[in-house]
Design a protein around this ligand. Structure first.
Ligand SMILES: [Zn+2]
Length: 420
């Protein structure tokens, strides 16, 4: 006798199903089974036993969006604006001053919760978060968001290398993140100007993180500092840490520093990457790296962003990130995509790919995230357009600011449903 137990498979329909790795399906369905995507196809092919309701006009299903660079615990209600007169270092010092002594654990938790909700409400199902403690992990866990979370580390000195404090902080994160399979833990040496190479190596060796996440080639003073030239970073170290630090040997560039010292042997996300040379990008080819591109934060803080075509030519994956709410007015990743379209001439189909599949590439997660392919995790979003955009192509409709997130599913579970 055939097995007649009811199938746990669930069917969902929409006017448009956009798998991203295959052409859009008009009047389509998505089937989910055991927390994974089972199949997608035309609604007409839905088996009658599926009990799949008819697609709602103007509804769209896409993979969940992936934010490749965020600081959830910095989800303040307002960014700290950088004035034209301020250098980036002046701004960083103003940020440090404004938060000094105020970041209690409960405040970080409250801010992280706000950040997590904002992500879900804007269609983000996976974040690559940088954190100083377990609070953001707790907020991520409560909401059932998928995340890669890295402990942010500062250690610009050489002698002695002291990592005990960071080992203990990392163990706290391990303890908290062990409660959910949705979180992968990593290490975030802040940058080469704030973590010396020997400290970086010692931490990597001691913690054996699954991945690394760092700020790289974000501004010119960073390159000067690494080349042992006079740099405003000296002022930063003096004011925050009370002393100067000098790199042991001049580095041609941040990328060359990471490569020479064998720091890119495991999956690494490089945030910003504004100031890189052709030689840098060529040298990175073949390494397990991806670029987190944060156009709004970059324009606000530096007046420029990376040149996307350069990375496209080098065949290195570029995903989108909001950065923290200190430098961006909100955590709506589609705003990054719309700006990237204007800056780099992306089509809306390409922008949707950058928001999903390319984000998964940057995080080394294409085996389970980024498209509506059978076998991948059931992380997806249902959108609803406003009738005024119905003539547009479906990718344009997803990117339209008037289009709203109706529901978000992560690992086969509803994590957000808009109240009508
Ligand atoms: Zn950042």
């Amino acid at each position: 006798m055939p097995n007649r137990n009811p199938s746990p498979r669930q069917y969902f329909s929409a006017q448009w199903v956009l798998p991203v790795d295959r052409p859009p399906i008009e009047w389509g369905f998505l089937a989910v089974e055991d927390n994974r995507i089972h199949s997608v196809g035309p609604y007409a092919n839905c088996p009658p036993s599926a009990h799949c309701s008819a697609p709602i006009p103007g509804s769209i299903i896409t993979p969940g969006l992936i934010n490749t660079h965020i600081h959830l615990e910095q989800s303040f209600s307002q960014p700290i604006p950088k004035t034209l007169q301020q250098s980036f270092i002046d701004w960083l010092l103003a940020v440090i001053d404004s938060n000094r002594g105020q970041a209690s654990s409960s405040e970080k938790l409250t801010r992280s919760r706000l950040g997590v909700q904002e992500c879900l409400q804007s269609g983000v199902t996976c974040v690559n978060d940088i954190t100083s403690g377990p609070e953001s992990i707790q907020a991520i866990q409560e909401a059932g968001l998928r995340a890669m979370v890295a402990l942010e580390v500062f250690h610009p000195g050489y002698e002695p290398i002291q990592i005990q404090h960071w080992l203990e902080a990392y163990q706290k994160l391990q303890k908290t993140s062990a409660l959910t399979p949705l979180i992968t833990l990593g290490l975030s040496p802040h940058s080469l100007y704030n973590v010396s190479i020997p400290a970086w190596q010692a931490l990597k060796q001691a913690l054996q993180p699954a991945f690394l996440h760092t700020h790289l080639a974000e501004f010119e003073a960073e390159l000067d500092y690494l080349a042992q030239k006079p740099s405003a970073i000296d002022q930063l170290h003096q004011q925050v840490l009370g002393q100067s630090f000098t790199v042991q040997k001049p580095l041609l560039s941040p990328v060359q520093g990471l490569l020479e010292d064998q720091l890119l042997t495991q999956p690494t996300i490089l945030a910003h990457a504004i100031h890189t040379s052709t030689a840098d990008r060529e040298a990175l080819r073949g390494y397990p790296v991806g670029i987190a591109h944060c156009p709004r934060s970059n324009l606000a803080l530096h007046g420029q962003t990376l040149r996307w075509a350069d990375w496209e030519n080098a065949n290195i994956a570029v995903g989108l990130g909001t950065d923290g709410r200190l430098s961006t007015p909100n955590l709506d990743l589609r705003e990054e995509a719309r700006l990237a379209q204007r800056l780099h001439g992306w089509t809306s189909a390409y922008a949707l790919q950058a928001l999903t599949l390319d984000g998964a590439k940057v995080l080394g997660q294409t085996h389970q995230l980024g498209s509506l392919a059978p076998g991948k995790q059931a992380d997806w979003v249902r959108w609803q357009i406003k009738p005024s955009t119905e003539q547009d192509c479906p990718e344009n409709q997803v990117l339209d600011p008037a289009t709203t997130v109706q529901a978000v599913m992560i690992e086969g579970q509803w994590r957000y449903q808009r109240e009508h």
